[in-house]
Design a protein around this ligand. Sequence first.
Ligand SMILES: [Zn+2]
Length: 83
Amino acid sequence: MKTVTTADVRISGRRLQERRKRIWQRDPNCARCGRLTIHPHGYELDHRVPLHQGGEDTDENCQVLCNGTEGCHLAKTREDAKA
Ligand SMILES: [Zn+2]
């Protein structure tokens, strides 16, 4: 007998962190500007094809983008919002 606790919720968070690291290890350079990003706080995981445009939530559809106020992730998020 198993009840759902907050610990179960945290597992999905940890899985997301593992996936983030896995994709970063595959290519730690920003997919747009080519800058080397730093794990774990120097990048955001981005969907190449946004989910709302039919993109799949898979490793293959994910890429690393540098973050921060001048970062590519923010720039792409703005472009996606305009599109
Ligand atoms: Zn970048």
